[in-house]
Design a protein around this ligand. Sequence first.
Ligand code: ADP
Length: 490
Amino acid sequence: MLDSIRTRLTLWYTGVLALVLVVLFVITYLVFLRSVQRRMDTDLSELSKAFLVTVHAELEDQTAPEPFLAAVEEAIAEHHFRDHVYAILDANGKVVAQSVEEDPANSRKSSEPANLLESVSFQQFVTSAPQGERFFGIVKGGRSGYRACARRFTAQGNSYTLVILRSLGPQAEMLEEVTETFAWVIPIAILLASGGGYFLARKSLAPVVAMSSQAGRIGAANLHERLPVQNEKDELGHLAGSFNGLLDRLAESFDRQRRFMADASHELRTPVAILRGESEVTLSQQARSAEEYRESLCVLHHEAERLTRIVEDLFTLTRADAGQYPLQPRDFYLDELIADCVHSARTLAQAKKISLTFEGAPESPIHADESLLRRMLLNLLDNAIKYTPECGRVIVSCQRNGQEYAVSIADTGRGIPAELRPRIFERFFRADQARSRSENDGGGAGLGLSISRWIAQAHQGRLELARSDSTGSTFTAYLPIDSGHPASPS
Ligand code: ADP
């Protein structure tokens, strides 16, 4: 049950609310208690003042044998209130007058306990009262105790202490009422809040439930389906949006993979079909001349080579995609590598009477993976020669611009149509799709430029088609001097 966010949210919400209510109750209780006590002290202080005024006034008019006692009695009678006790003590702390009746049967003046003024608590209060004008304290007794106010005064040359006690009963009753009220208000509020909290949590999490059941239904077969977005501006809308974005990317990657697989199998089918056809035809006759066997083997060898190249290219791209093609950089001279590649491609160029020249470059030290750069350069040279008609020209140059080299391979071929230029770096893309793979023109599988671009990017550089028109094309590879820190392939 606690595994449900709804329940956990409700419990948290209820717990926090209960804590807030309890704290609120404690604060209210304390503030109330303090304010009642302050008011009571002010009342007692005023009452003691009025009492003494009465005592002094009565003393002036007294004709009785004990004028002080008579005056005090008068004052007690005049200021008689419910829940109040008066006591006048002489300088020795002996009670000379009081409002508590000694005889409980005749307890007309007060409803307070008769032995209140003899109690230890009262004695302690009187002895601890300083000589100052007023002193407040608590005296135990009765149901809830008393708030006590002591006041020194002199009459007829003697000093006395007036003590007024006021029962804390009404105040305790009031506080009890407050406590009782909170005691039923808090549980009801918590009950209502937990019900409301559960309802709200359920309502707010409903889209999550809908999203999770929809997400559970999405698989490879229906990857185009998306999660419902109720309000794209709120948090859940953002979540659904992000999830849908993830599905978009996954679907795109799935499509790419599917296309890649389809294209790869398509590319592999042709050489395999040729291998099979050629071998079947050769084997169909019992006896063949050595010359015929040789021709067949040449075809088989050529196709096997082509197959090997495609499989190697596919393997390179797959490893590059998985980030598992570690660069092996070392220091060498780029101009020497270019000269070497140009030399290797010379035979191909000569076969087509193409003039292949390297304009030469000053010493160009570089820190990079030599075999990968060689592969890239041979790919570009191979393309330049392949797509340039007989008697054309291919010019290779290398320039240093700041911290990078720009290696350009320009040809005088037929160029690439403008609408196809953005796609030439795509895998398996061939501008001239009509050209059959089986033709002996050396036409590749359309992977050469993809691999070359990856090689440039793996060296933190880039490969661009700098120019292409009817007079020819120029491919330029930009390579940082220190390309030894591999970048992840894009
Ligand atoms: P391929 O194996 O077909 O050469 P690439 O990836 O190397 O594949 O090249 C992709 C396509 O780009 C080629 O099929 C070709 O149409 C076009 N292309 C590449 N280089 C050149 C070039 N120098 N001149 C004209 N077209 C080119």
